[in-house]
Ligand binder design. Structure first.
Ligand SMILES: [Fe+2]
Length: 265
């Protein structure tokens, strides 16, 4: 990448994104809340991706913003057509985002190579693991997008519980029932230092554990610092049941976070 080449103006792409969101506008406030949530999420992911990538080459920051802006395009038709953000009950929203981006987003300022890096990052941002064998720049972009996405989802999820039920974006909780306690399988995964699989969830509390387990998947030191600065673990601890197995796995995740901050910081 050559930093001396003039940087593209991203405002036409940002404007395109706004009119894309507007094209889904509806009079039903309960539905509109879910679209608003994704529009706000997208702008927060753009912001967090740029914070995490601070100091990296300017052209990489351009790719980061493009990828962040396009990564959830598929969420809009997904919700319109299926009424859910659960991929397992509808479609792979990341693949749909990449398709929409390819067909409609004004990205002529990207070289073919750059486009393919963004395309892979968008397409793979929701995969359980980062695939091996990617080009180093694609790998860096994908890891950045995944970190920024998680950073904002943590914030959204907190907001979801803070809001009165009538004002919640209904699809944010993925439809899991609010049952007491946590299930053994998600607890065991976190205890083993692994990410929780969506297929093992039975309740909203399990979904919270899944989100806590994402800390194991964070790539960039700057993102780890933001997790600490934003008190994300404390906030999840306050939302989870105050029970010994839960406290134990939370302590373990905290240890993991602190260890990485010490060894890599
Ligand atoms: Fe996202």
């Amino acid at each position: 990448m050559n930093d001396e080449v003039a940087l593209p103006d991203l405002s036409p792409l940002r404007d395109w994104f706004t009119s894309y969101c507007d094209s889904f506008r509806t009079d039903d406030p309960a539905v509109q809340r879910n679209y608003d949530l994704k529009q706000q999420h997208t702008s927060n992911v753009c912001r967090d991706a740029l914070i995490v990538a601070q100091g990296m080459p300017q052209r990489f920051l351009v790719l980061a913003e493009v990828a962040a802006l396009c990564h959830d395009l598929g969420r809009f038709p997904q919700y319109r057509d299926y009424g859910t953000f659960k991929d397992s009950e509808s479609l792979n929203h990341a693949h749909l985002s990449a398709q929409i981006m390819t067909r409609h987003a004004p990205l002529h300022f990207l070289s073919g190579e750059e486009f393919s890096r963004v395309d892979t990052a968008v397409r793979m941002h929701n995969a359980f693991h980062v695939p091996t064998g990617l080009h180093p720049e694609t790998d860096a972009l994908l890891r950045l997008l995944r970190d920024a996405d998680k950073l904002d989802i943590w914030g959204i999820f907190e907001g979801y519980f803070d809001a009165p039920e009538s004002e919640r974006a209904s699809a944010a909780g993925l439809g899991f029932p609010d049952l007491p306690g946590c299930s053994p399988e998600p607890l065991a995964a976190v205890a083993a230092g692994r990410m929780v699989h969506l297929s093992t969830l039975k309740s909203l509390n399990d979904f919270k554990l899944l989100q806590v387990s994402w800390i194991y998947d964070i790539n960039y030191l700057k993102a780890l610092r933001l997790i600490r600065e934003r008190g994300i673990l404390d906030r999840f601890a306050a939302m989870l049941p105050d029970e010994r197995p839960v406290r134990e796995v939370l302590a373990q995740v905290r240890e993991h976070l602190e260890r990485r901050l010490v060894t890599e910081g």
